[in-house]
Design a protein around this ligand. Structure first.
Ligand SMILES: [Zn+2]
Ligand SMILES: [Zn+2]
Length: 345
């Protein structure tokens, strides 16, 4: 469910102290300070002020408001069947918060991702207990949301908690290790500790290969991120060769998507949207733009390589249904690329 218009919020009312058992203070959902207002829709969520209520509403609460009612209202009931049902609800809640936070993060909306990431961590602690390995994905999400906002001290703290949990459970799956190394790599890139960043991105790629395979988009993104570190170190030759690798893999991937897309073109179902989640597309487009800009700035331009990246952009827009974009800036390069037979049959 989307808000009717930006800024539309749920309704908040003052907490009625008499409605709650004495000695049970209420704390703000977002900052854990003492709360003075509550969400009037669910009446189980509390805030220190209207700003935090509004931020939470836009970030996640609108989607989960009613879901929280049974979870929080039945918190103190020890009936095993009620507890079991509630555990399932909490798992579902964690899933929703994770998806919302990830999607906002990939669109670069760190601030809006915070409430969802926060709720994910709180619910995970509630379900699995503190200091458990299941908290690692939530730590990483919250760290990434804070990274976008420049709250580096908070990021360092969250990532070290995640690292500690992973250290205690070395048999943990490759996927979570990969995510953690990626976040650590991004953290050290931001703080300028480039050698440490390289170490973590190398691990990121290693675990991504192990979990998803060499040609997966997760592995390819690892190459893109490690190239960014080399770019900061001024090692343009390495950057160029990594970007070539990335562009070629995506070209293969997008070409096969395009083929499927054309096969479906006759059917009445609009299939273009389903190929890519919006957030995935935004992220890929952003990476292709960075690569294109880098290559265009080089004194000795590699025209074929630039055309390959431009062709990727055009294909991405085409399968996403952005036809007007496809035609304008890259049409020339796209055509040149195809005419030279670089796209294959
Ligand atoms: Zn607050
Ligand atoms: Zn509510």
């Amino acid at each position: 469910m989307e808000p009717d218009e930006p800024g539309t919020s749920g309704v908040a009312t003052k907490i009625m102290p008499l409605a709650f058992p004495k000695g049970k203070e209420k704390y703000c959902e977002l900052c854990q300070r003492e709360a003075y207002i509550q969400c009037s829709e669910c009446q189980v969520t509390f805030y220190c002020n209207a700003d935090h209520q509004q931020a939470d509403w836009v970030g996640i609460h609108e989607r989960i408001c009613q879901m929280l009612v049974p979870i929080r209202a039945m918190k103190d009931i020890y009936d095993p069947s009620v507890r079991k049902k509630n555990q399932l609800r909490k798992r579902h809640l964690i899933k929703i918060c994770t998806l919302v936070a990830q999607s906002k993060l990939s669109e670069g909306k760190g601030e809006e991702a915070l409430p969802a990431a926060h709720c994910c961590l709180q619910t995970s602690i509630d379900l699995y207990g503190p200091n458990t390995i299941q908290l690692v994905p939530a730590y990483i999400l919250l760290a990434e949301a804070n990274m976008g906002l420049g709250n580096l001290a908070v990021v360092a703290e969250l990532l070290s908690q995640a690292e500690w949990a992973v250290l205690k459970n070395p048999e943990l799956g490759a996927s979570i290790q990969q995510q953690l190394h990626r976040s650590l790599g991004q953290f050290y890139t931001t703080t300028g500790n480039l050698e440490t960043a390289l170490f973590h991105f190398a691990n990121d790629i290693y675990f991504a290969c192990e979990e998803y395979g060499l040609d997966s988009s997760a592995t390819t993104k690892g190459y893109f991120l490690i190239a960014d570190v080399f770019a900061r170190q001024g090692k343009t030759l390495i950057v160029h060769s990594l970007y070539s690798e990335v562009a070629e893999r995506w070209h293969k991937h997008l070409s096969s998507l395009l083929e499927t897309h054309q096969k479906h073109a006759d059917s009445s179902v609009d299939s273009s949207v389903s190929f890519y989640e919006k957030s995935q597309r935004v992220e890929m487009e952003e990476m292709l733009r960075v690569m294109l800009e880098f290559e265009q700035k080089q004194s000795r331009r590699d025209v074929n390589h630039i055309a390959l990246i431009a062709h990727n952009l055009a294909m991405l827009w085409f399968v996403s249904g952005d036809l007007h974009k496809t035609c304008i800036p890259t049409a020339q390069q796209h055509q040149q690329h195809c005419e030279e037979g670089l796209c294959g049959p």
